[in-house]
Design a protein around this ligand. Structure first.
Ligand code: RET
Length: 278
């Protein structure tokens, strides 16, 4: 038997571990969106606002991302190729007790990371005072990480091909890590934002490696962690720190240090906060 979208929706609803990993994040994304709007309510500087809008976008994408998972739209039960630890695995649907062939993939996560993570990098690059070339490079390779990660998750034809996609994704990831560790710190020093930048950089590098390793350990990789609920909770826990805590630190810094992130008159800032008309 194959699992329908309705089955997957009900499966999430009736599996407390898997369900909570999804619903809690929808709530947190909504709450942080409101919190950041409130914290930044008096901001007028356009460049400062761009940084805040950027991280608010992360929470907005997150609501959509987790709603996709909760609705069963962006979940699938995939039959893994021969050689995979989940080859011939079956999944018991939480609501009906029926068994379907394959293991559950929450592939919608990888798809929506292609939209949320560029916004995190945009905020970080702007705080570092970096230039368009480096910000574009980081974002372009970041989108590459997520789309090839999605390909790794969805490839069912061959076990080595899953890891080939994973390898391509990691190669793209190393480009982003290079920019984070060797390009932006110098820019941030020049911009006078190195303290907050270094905190955010550390959070980002450690957690992003965490996602990478978790995929390899989880039910879609080596399946050292076989449970779909625990695999999903791992990503959800990383998300709480990599998105919401990260974004909170960004908004707090921007609100308290507008002068450090302002682009000045050249960027359209005026004393009144209205765009200059000359
Ligand atoms: C995958 C698997 C393939 C190899 C690599 C990965 C890296 C994922 C990362 C995700 C970061 C996500 C964040 C989400 C917040 O919204 C796709 C797991 C390298 C780095 C920060």
């Amino acid at each position: 038997m194959a699992a329908s979208q309705q089955d997957l929706f009900k499966h999430v609803l009736n599996d407390p571990l898997l369900g909570s990993s999804i619903y809690i994040n929808i709530a947190l994304a909504g709450l942080t969106l409101l919190l950041f709007a409130y914290m930044a309510r008096d901001l007028v500087d356009p460049r400062a606002k761009l940084i805040v809008v950027s991280v608010m976008g992360v929470s907005a994408v997150s609501i959509a991302s987790y709603t996709g998972l909760a609705s069963g739209l962006t979940i699938g039960v995939l039959q893994m190729p021969e050689g995979h630890a989940m080859y011939e695995a079956t999944t018991e649907l939480a609501h009906s007790g029926e068994t379907v062939d394959g293991t559950v993939s929450l592939w919608g996560r990888y798809l929506t990371w292609a939209f949320s993570t560029p916004l995190l990098l945009l905020a970080l690059g702007l705080i570092a005072g970096s230039n368009l070339t480096k910000i574009f490079t980081a974002i372009a390779f970041d989108v590459g990480i997520m789309i090839t990660g999605l390909a790794a998750a969805l490839t069912t034809s061959s076990y080595p091909m899953r890891w080939a996609w994973y390898g391509i994704s990691v190669a793209f990831f190393l480009v982003v890590v290079y920019i984070l560790l060797f390009e932006w710190p110098a820019d941030a020093r020049e911009a006078g934002t190195e303290e907050i930048f270094n905190t955010l950089k550390l959070l980002t590098v450690v957690l992003w490696f965490g996602y990478t390793i978790w995929w390899a350990l989880g039910n879609e990789g080596l399946a050292i962690i076989e449970s779909v609920g625990i695999t999903s909770w791992g990503y959800s826990a990383f998300d709480i720190v990599a998105k919401y805590l990260f974004s909170f630190l960004v908004v707090k810094y921007v609100v308290d240090n507008v002068e450090k992130v302002s682009g000045g008159d050249d960027y359209g800032a005026t004393i009144s906060g209205q765009p200059a008309d000359d």
